[in-house]
Design a protein around this ligand. Structure first.
Ligand code: ADP
Ligand code: MG
Length: 524
């Protein structure tokens, strides 16, 4: 039986965190002052404009967590992404968004750098996380991991894993499975390495598309989706399937078009490119103002595809990325305000039990059917082989019984025998010919059945290889990534314990100061 506690929907807000990237070389050379400071204790970001008269007070915004420019990729993963991936592995939907101006670290946060394992971003770390979970699961649990990778540019959806990345795909809706992209390529993956290779293919296609259209990938939205299905026999003896879907979203740059100096058709095009982003803003506003009865999800491809992520069935975290330089003051404030509003979005989440579109169920049914077919063909083969053997034996044993000829004279007997022999030989030849023909047909049939059996076996193997069994040895190159993650998680736990101890010490000191103070008062 599905766990009752997990079937009940939970209401929770979208989590919003802010990450500040370090000053880059150009900003340093330009001598742009730093206008951002992060307070990790109170989870606030303060933005102060220097050299303004009259001086302005800092603008302060609060979030669920804030990360300064020294925060490592591993810490970001362990603190913001890992809890969402854990929930996806339990059968919830999850979404991790990166939102911010171009050049503030969205792609660095989501994909990261390839140069060193510790510089890798959320996407490759989530691969290592998912497959390490499967490798540690019990062998009574089965898994299926499937990925898609798409891009939305100019309100057109393109398949980054398909044969033609230039082709625009349709967004459709079905009552049983909701919104989906028609003909989007889904890959079943077996380990983290394979998943990385697939992501690299998609990234290359994203780049090719962008170059061909003389645009930049920063103007498109990329959605990498990983579906993790798992099945296990419950206490009721039946097999239950759960499905968690993780969307990893690298949004287009949020800068206003005026800054890119686009005019005429370029401006019109740019407006359309950012239609998804402005509708996303409208959706957020409508969700949080408490008055709107209509949420304009259908006004853009992005919001249609991510309907569940905002105000629906998904555990969602938005990572707002900002730069520290004062030259970007306006954009930074705009990102911080946008992100601040998103904090108030309420989602209703539940475990996706027995989903109608689970591949695991379909594959398992096909596997069972193939096994049954294989059994039948094995029986057929056995029967055919027996029949062939019998026919062959019969063919070699071609004696015909001689009728009684005892009461005939020897001459007559001789003639009769000769006739009989000739007759018999003729008959035998015909019979043998006929029998051989039947035997040949039977043998051909046997060959066909054997070929069919081989095909069935191959198909079964292909299907079975898609399904991963808990505890399977999936260790590969991504093992380094997994070890780094585990190390980062234990370091974080250590830091948390230290902080707790410090806090307790502080409280003890406060209490003792209070006691002394009380004593003092009593004495006087
Ligand atoms: P975006 O995707 O938002 O346009 P990028 O992720 O491409 O921005 O980042 C722009 C540049 O800044 C890249 O060279 C990237 O390596 C660097 N960068 C971004 N964030 C960080 C960070 N937290 N630490 C170090 N370098 C960063
Ligand atoms: Mg980018």
């Amino acid at each position: 039986m599905p766990d009752a506690e997990l079937t009940a929907p939970t209401v929770e807000n979208v989590r919003v965190v802010v990450r500040v990237r370090p000053m880059d070389q150009r900003e340093k050379l330009e001598g742009s002052p730093n206008c951002v400071s992060v307070d990790p204790v109170n989870n606030t970001v303060a933005v102060t404009r220097n050299n303004v008269t009259p001086p302005e007070p800092p603008r302060i915004y609060a979030y669920d967590a804030v990360y300064d420019s020294n925060t490592s990729q591993m810490d970001i993963y362990v603190q913001t992404a890992s809890p969402i991936v854990e929930e996806v592995l339990r059968g919830y939907n999850g979404t991790i968004f990166a939102y911010g101006q171009t050049g503030t670290g969205k792609t660095y946060t989501m994909a990261g750098a390839n140069s060193a394992p510790e510089l890798r971003g959320i996407i490759p770390n989530s691969f290592a996380h998912i497959f390490s979970h499967i490798a540690k699961a019990n062998d009574d649990e089965k898994f299926l991991v499937c990925v898609t990778y798409l891009e939305i540019y100019n309100e057109e959806v393109r398949d980054l894993l398909g044969n033609n990345p230039h082709q625009s795909l349709e967004v459709k809706e079905r009552p049983d499975i909701g919104v989906f992209v028609k003909d989007l390529t889904g890959y079943v993956v077996h380990n983290a390495d394979e998943l990385e290779k697939i992501m690299a293919v998609g990234n290359k296609n994203r780049h090719i598309g962008a170059t061909a259209m003389n645009t930049e990938s920063s103007r498109s939205h990329a959605i990498f989706s990983i579906t993790v299905e798992s099945s296990k026999r419950g206490s009721d003896g039946k097999v239950h399937v759960k499905m968690g879907k993780l969307h990893l979203v690298d949004l287009a740059g949020s800068e206003r078009q005026s800054k890119t100096q686009a005019t005429g058709t370029r401006l019109k095009e740019a407006t359309k490119i950012n239609q998804s982003l402005s509708v996303l803003g409208n959706v957020i506003s409508a969700l949080v103002d408490g008055k709107s009865t209509h949420i304009p999800y259908r006004n853009s491809k992005l919001t249609r595809l991510l309907q569940d992520s905002l105000g629906g069935n998904s555990k969602t975290v938005m990572i707002a990325t900002i730069g520290p330089a004062e030259t970007n003051y306006v954009e930074t404030i705009s990102t911080l305000r946008y992100a601040n509003r998103a904090k108030n979005i309420e989602n209703k989440t539940h475990v996706n039990n027995e989903p109608g579109d689970a591949l695991l169920t379909r594959f398992q049914q096909e596997i069972d059917q193939l096994k049954k077919q294989l059994e039948d063909t094995a029986n057929d083969i056995e029967e055919d082989e027996e029949e062939c053997e019998k026919s062959e034996e019969e063919l070699s044993d071609d004696t015909l019984t001689e009728p009684e000829m005892d009461n005939l004279d020897p001459e007559e007997k001789k003639t009769r025998r000769k006739m009989r022999r000739e007759e018999k030989e003729k008959l035998n030849r015909e019979k043998a010919h006929q029998a051989r023909k039947v035997l040949e047909e039977k043998k051909a049939e046997l060959q066909r059945t054997k070929k069919q059996q081989e095909e069935l076996k191959e198909k079964l193997q292909r299907l079975e290889s898609k399904v991963l069994v808990g505890g399977e040895n999936l260790l590969d190159k991504a093992d380094t990534q997994r070890r780094l993650l585990e190390q980062a998680a234990s370091e974080l736990e250590q830091r948390r314990l230290n902080e707790l101890r410090l806090q307790q010490d502080l409280q003890k000191k406060e209490v003792s100061v209070g006691i002394r103070f009380k004593n003092y008062k009593i004495i006087n």
